[in-house]
Design a protein around this ligand. Structure first.
Ligand code: ADP
Ligand code: MG
Length: 296
């Protein structure tokens, strides 16, 4: 806070502008009080130091004003970097990492041991008490081998069942979930974090699911920055998926949007994680940013 210096008091217009920002948030804060919001964390927001800090402060703010944020994360860049250090191959098919046995071991080490705990530490600095978990904890994510597509992706999993009870018991703590799961025989699977976020949002009865990414949102035509979709219905997402206008990492993201909306989540939002504070801007201001998908 520092000492108050009378001579540097902001002028009246500045005070009014600041108050307006706070007041604009009020109806949203009231509306979202007690609501669960699942946030998929990734991309630049997870790799640039100043964005990591601003993300953590956004999540802390959500918690303090009475929402229940749940953070789900992947850790693609870290996993690729450590794969290279260890001389493991890095391959993707349709935005999914081909995961052989040594890569699965590395995914567990990097996601749970490093990335998850770093996020918890950032939230702690921001004043929010967080608990890092993986899909293994409390039997939260039961997985099965992914079968979609033609390629064998190894230990890439799909969500079979979600048991979110452990999260419901955390009360004042912010859960941070690493996107891995386990099957009935104890085999670990690497699951796309978007997929986990969508399924978890549905299982928790979340009001919102927000995906942070490295683009402004979903483009109708990937080559045309003017074609950003601000708002659309689930049917439009289905059409986009079928049209082939989306590829790579946007496929699991939009599939997760579909899972969430079909599962009763009110809206799914894909926002630009390169912009500081995109999470609170999306939730607490009128215009919002990025792409918002609703049922109708
Ligand atoms: N129609 C589309 N609109 C926006 N992004 C798209 C579209 N089709 C494919 N993409 C790609 O999807 C990527 C986002 O997914 P991904 O690379 O997995 O990042 P992350 O999961 O960290 O958000 C974008 O960087 C973009 O290249
Ligand atoms: Mg991705």
């Amino acid at each position: 806070m520092g000492e108050m210096n009378r001579s540097s008091l902001p002028d009246r217009a500045e005070v009014e502008a600041r108050a307006a920002v706070l007041l604009e948030a009020l109806p949203y804060i009231r509306e979202f009080r007690g609501a669960t919001v699942v946030v998929k964390y990734g991309g630049a927001a997870m790799s640039r130091p100043e964005l990591k800090a601003s993300f953590a402060r956004d999540i802390a703010l959500l918690k303090f004003v009475g929402l229940n944020p749940v953070v789900v994360h992947g850790g693609g860049p870290d996993i690729s970097a450590y794969s290279q250090r260890l001389g493991l191959d890095v391959n993707f098919v349709d935005g999914l990492r081909v995961t052989d046995e040594p890569t699965m071991e590395l995914v567990n080490m990097v996601l749970i041991g490093k990335v998850n705990k770093e996020i918890v530490a950032h939230l702690d600095v921001a004043g929010a008490k967080a608990v890092g978990l993986s899909g293994y904890d409390g039997g939260m994510i039961r997985a099965r081998k992914a079968t979609s597509g033609t390629a064998d992706l190894g230990f890439v999993g799909e969500v079979d069942e979600i048991h979110p009870e452990i999260l419901e018991r955390l009360d004042e703590f912010v859960p941070v979930v690493a996107s891995v799961g386990v099957d009935a025989d104890g085999q670990s699977y690497n699951i796309n974090a978007d997929t986990v976020a969508g399924a978890l949002a549905a299982a928790l009865g979340a009001r919102r699911v927000i995906f942070l990414t490295d683009v402004e949102g979903v483009y109708h035509d990937i080559g045309d920055p003017g074609s950003l979709i601000a708002r659309c219905a689930l049917a439009d997402v289905e059409a986009l998926l079928e049209s082939g206008a989306v590829d790579a990492g946007m496929i699991p993201k939009l599939t997760a949007v579909r899972t969430a909306i079909r599962g009763g989540v009110e809206a799914a939002q894909i926002v630009d994680g390169r912009v500081p504070h995109s999470v609170i801007m999306e939730l607490f201001t009128e215009q919002g940013l990025g792409t918002m998908v609703t049922a109708e």
